[in-house]
Design a protein around this ligand. Sequence first.
Ligand SMILES: [Zn+2]
Length: 235
Amino acid sequence: MRDTFPVRPLGKNIGGYRGETIEIQKTLQEIERASAAANWTLDRVPGPVEILACRRTVPDPRHRVYISTGIHGDEPAGPLAALQLLCENQWPNDAALWLCPCLNPSGFPLNRRENSAGIDLNRDYRHLQSAEVRTHVQWLEHQPDFDLTLCLHEDWESAGFYLYELNPNHGPSLANPMDRPQWPEALYLASQGKTPMSYTFEAPSDFPLPVRVAALAAAVRAALRLLRAAPAGGE
Ligand SMILES: [Zn+2]
């Protein structure tokens, strides 16, 4: 698919995200349908706030990949990118995947970063104050370790796409997670030894929504391609 998009920032996201919003429950229903059509398993993780998780199982997976998004309610491109990737259903044959398409269902109707109680869920993975993160962490504890974690985000202050890398086996960046009072999801996963490598992708939300969805989906595809090209195994 070759679409052409304007590549200039819109200049309208001043002091916060002012762009397109989505009806998250509708998007989640589409994700459920796409996930079923692709023969993924759907987990409705029960809790005060139900969390949706989709799983793709393959026999003897070579890689286990975890993808998460929708943790900030003013970042609609992530759940839409998850939907697009599920609809495309083009995954490496030998990769098992876990996908949480929306960790903050109460934030989206308010178009705000935090949940409806005002908690930034992506700073709550150390103290687990929110029902969403407690439910999510419980679910994560029952999943195997992942080879790769991809967290899909957006940033209204950014003029371009960027990423954060956590690579605790090779870098010093996690030397002292205990020094950080608030933990994002990616730091929690890395600090628990749940994933040796994680990337947080940030699409610039001062661009039109289709551009950001395309950018996040392309980043996931690229990461899966590179993972496939990497040497097998690991320790
Ligand atoms: Zn975010």
